[in-house]
Design a protein around this ligand. Structure first.
Ligand code: BGC
Length: 402
């Protein structure tokens, strides 16, 4: 599915502490009209009856140049991006880094909520304890031969009031850049995770350019990742206005199809609560969307296709994945820039087989195009590895590495 029109999920429907996601809007809905649809609210027995291998991938039209050191990674999420480390049940441990290395990954992306650890007034000083924690993470990465991205995550106030928070963002980047100016090239920066809400491209571009200038004053060649508007939506990459800087890498996130990857997530709006959704569709038994979904045109249209279209055309099939990568290819072809897929993943609400199929497919399509990736994440509802046990979650491990 190619998202030509996009709409916001109403903010009031989603918990404030987590990211909201893009959804397609549609004109002309077709209500789900399966013969005898059943509501299935999450039976673990539901499994896909089709296989992604039934659909031939399109040839690669344009590949990105690789970003050495940032090709296969994991997000160490829910730790330093929580309001306080530990508040969301995850504290970084040495094992996070050791497990990433042992699995053959080359980097970690470190989401960090600097905005919760900096003064509210100029000069917006960042707490030294917070820097200590990030220094520690960088040491762990170095000890394990991993690269690391310092990702400025969850600056929610900036999304709501960009103009009021722009100076603070720039001041924070000035300090971060100064602090890490002598770090090795294996340390990269990501200026703003998932710009959304009021931080539209027309405001995002000048703010990004100011933050970048603050970084470049002390770090002229460091790799810097820049997310597009709308939760790093690939379709918005083309709205980024970036200087010609060989060490600047546009970044997109990939959670498509969102009704599959985020099914039943409590932080998503009510129309996302239909379960189970298997990958790829169509399912053995048609599914009726939840009431809020039935009232939402694009959700109805999507489920009509999911329930009845052949696997080759299904809204929840490989074509949706290929179409999303086509948008990225078009961007690479036009701009000749490198790109990076900084987040992608599927929640524990999907059945294991579907998770494995989607993860393997997305990973292969990214790698065919030389696009570096970081799976979301080590903890939380998208959990990929269990650091206490020292094990990977089986379907994620299979999709990522086999
Ligand atoms: C957010 C997480 C969320 C994940 C998947 C991340 O960017 O920080 O809170 O679980 O995306 O939606």
């Amino acid at each position: 599915m190619r998202f030509l029109h996009l709409a916001f999920v109403p903010a009031c429907l989603i918990a404030a502490c987590v990211a909201r996601r893009p959804v397609p809007s549609s004109t002309g809905s077709t209500p789900v009209a399966a013969a005898e649809p059943v509501r299935n609210d999450g039976s673990p027995q539901a499994v896909a009856v089709h296989d992604v291998s039934e659909v031939t991938p399109p040839p690669v039209g344009a590949a990105s140049e690789p970003v050495p050191g940032f090709m296969r990674g994991i997000n160490l999420g829910n730790a330093l991006d929580a309001p306080v480390e530990g508040a969301w049940g995850v504290k970084l441990e040495k094992a996070h880094f050791a497990m990433a290395k042992a699995a053959g990954l080359d980097h970690v992306r470190l989401p960090a909520r600097f905005s919760a650890h900096a003064d509210k007034k100029a000069p917006y000083l960042i707490e030294s304890d917070f820097f200590d924690r990030i220094d520690w993470a960088i040491e762990q990465a170095k000890d394990n031969g991993l690269s690391l991205i310092i990702d400025l995550h969850h600056y929610e106030e900036l999304m709501k009031k960009p103009s009021e928070h722009a100076d603070r963002l720039v001041a924070m980047w000035k300090q971060i850049a100064e602090h890490y100016k002598s770090a090795p090239p294996s340390v990269a920066f990501e200026l703003i995770n998932e710009p959304c809400d009021q931080l539209t491209s027309d405001l995002l571009n000048p703010i990004t350019q100011r933050a970048l200038a603050a970084v470049r004053a002390t770090n002229p060649t460091r790799t810097v990742f820049v997310d597009s508007f709308f939760w790093a939506n690939a379709e918005r990459l083309k709205e980024l206005e970036l200087p010609q800087d060989p060490n600047l890498v546009p970044s997109f996130h990939n959670y498509q199809p969102i009704l599959f990857t985020h099914q039943g997530m409590p932080f998503m709006a009510p129309e996302f609560q239909t379960r189970p959704v298997v990958f790829p569709g169509p399912p053995a038994t048609p599914v009726t969307p939840v009431a809020a979904g039935l009232k939402t045109d694009w959700v109805n249209t999507w489920f009509t296709s999911y329930n009845s279209a052949p696997v080759t055309e299904n809204s929840n099939g490989p074509k949706a994945v290929f179409d999303y990568f086509q948008i990225v290819e078009d961007y690479v072809k036009t701009t000749k820039r490198r790109v990076y897929m900084g987040e992608w993943g599927v929640s524990v609400n999907a059945d294991p087989k579907s998770r494995e199929s989607w993860i393997r497919l997305v990973r292969k399509e990214a790698e065919k195009r030389h696009i570096g990736w970081a799976i979301w994440d080590d903890g939380g509802a998208f959990k990929a590895m269990d650091v206490k046990q020292g094990t990977w979650v089986a379907p994620i491990e299979a999709g990522l590495f086999h």
